[in-house]
Design a protein around this ligand. Structure first.
Ligand code: C5P
Length: 414
């Protein structure tokens, strides 16, 4: 099996301190066999498990071990090393290294490199099962993954199984072959983005995301189920391709993606006002799950339970933000994209929505399966020209594909 994507690619491998460090040696062998150039950073803990000599022999380069070592720094400074790589791989990624990276700490060569690099980072965690399951580690991993298209770290493994310490469960480092596949996938992604460097530079995109919340009284409200993950991923993917992005977000609890201007709103009326104020824009992606109705008159105080039974809520319709933005006029963005969450007849419903709302594309979402809050999504991209069914992808991958399609729309492929 060959991995042409790895030919002449530069991989910086950070080997942390754990028994799985021995598998890093096999990973180097596989990478070299596939044509990659590998340089290694060995942490103090890593050196307790594998020797610098083994890594140097396998990579064909001196191994880097410290931050302020004159011999190492004069050959290639640590910042230069972090930029030299096409991809940084941390294997094994210990709880300590993950914790430092998640909190922006830089007190040794490995953690400094992770902060200084301008390339994607792949983590292959390895630790005791209880350590892996600890909420602190889980929160750190989630935080690292959520840093957006540019800084978000990818994770492979850990696997389930018996551990060196005798316990059983998730925590074993992914096998070198699986790490190799993850590296290949990430590099392919990077090439796809890198080939047309920042194709959306100079374009302004407005993205709506998340639910809206329509108050009934000071403590109650009407809302929709929406995690906002898909819209946030789209905002990040557009920013990664050079667009200036305004993200108008309902309440989600998600961190703002790097490089994106976020306007936080609560109600549909606020979302409509913020979206309109963000114009002019070249691109509008309206992925928010806007509540269809709001209560006519919001009660000033908490509505009390009364012996006469529950109150009757009088609802009025919210404005359709998408239809408003897509309506012909001087402020209409060149490309207006809406979403359609459907449980049946995805294509027919998406197509009907396309003409009803007047937008250019509809991203049809099959919500019959597990979508809300999940990381995966099954999508049908519908335009006047036809429909394109995408396989089930992660929300990040859906965002990347959509952003690529948007970039192609503005800069058609030669
Ligand atoms: O009509 P429906 O809610 O199914 O349409 C979904 C699409 O319309 C989504 O893109 C959503 O963001 C947008 N929408 C909107 N304003 C509304 C309702 C939906 O922008 N009031």
């Amino acid at each position: 099996m060959t991995f042409p994507v790895l030919t002449s690619r530069k991989i910086l491998l950070i080997v942390g301190g754990g028994i799985a460090a021995y598998k890093a040696l096999e990973l180097v062998r596989l990478l070299k066999k596939a044509g990659a150039e590998v340089r290694a950073v060995l942490t103090e803990g890593g050196a307790a498990f594998v020797t610098p000599l083994s890594l140097a022999a396998l990579t064909g380069h001196p191994v880097r071990m410290g931050l302020f070592l004159p011999d190492e720094e004069t050959t290639m400074g640590h910042i230069e090393l972090s930029r030299w790589a096409d991809l940084v791989v941390v294997a094994p990624a210990t709880a300590g290294l993950i914790g430092k990276a998640a909190n922006g700490l830089a007190d040794d060569l490995a953690s400094t490199t992770l902060l200084a690099t301008d390339k994607r980072v792949l983590l292959a965690p390895a630790m005791n099962v209880r350590m892996w399951q600890h909420p602190a580690v889980q929160a750190n991993v989630a935080r690292l993954q959520g840093f957006g298209d540019l800084h978000g770290m990818a994770v492979v493994g850990p696997d389930d199984g018996e551990m060196a310490c005798g316990e059983f469960g998730p925590g074993r480092m992914a096998e070198p072959a699986a790490i190799l596949t993850a590296i290949e996938d990430l590099l392919e992604d990077t090439v796809a983005v890198g080939q047309v460097a920042r194709p959306l530079a100079g374009r302004h995109a407005v993205v709506t995301a998340g639910p809206t919340f329509e108050p009934i009284d000071p403590v109650r409200g009407l809302t929709n189920r929406s995690s906002g993950k898909q819209g946030y991923a789209i905002a990040a993917a557009l920013a990664a391709r050079g667009a200036t992005v305004t993200l108008v977000s309902g309440p989600t609890g998600l961190p703002a993606p790097a490089g994106v201007t976020r306007l936080e709103v609560e109600t549909a009326l606020q979302m409509q006002a913020a979206t309109g104020a963000a114009l002019p824009a070249d691109i509008a992606v309206l992925s928010a799950a806007v509540a269809d109705w709001r209560v006519d008159t919001v009660a000033g105080g908490k509505i009390k339970k009364a012996p006469g039974g529950p109150p009757t809520l009088s609802l009025i319709e919210n404005p359709d933000i998408l239809a408003g933005i897509a309506a012909p006029g001087p402020m209409r963005p060149a490309l207006v994209i809406g979403f359609a969450a459907e449980t049946t007849d995805l294509e027919a419903n998406a197509r009907a929505k396309l003409s009803r709302k007047g937008c250019d594309w509809i991203v049809g979402n099959d919500v019959s399966a597990d979508v809300f809050g999940a990381d995966g999504n099954t999508v049908l991209l519908v335009s006047a020209g036809g429909a394109e069914a995408w396989p089930r992808l992660s929300k990040t991958e859906v965002a990347s594909r959509l952003a690529d399609r948007i970039a192609e729309h503005f800069v058609p492929k030669a």
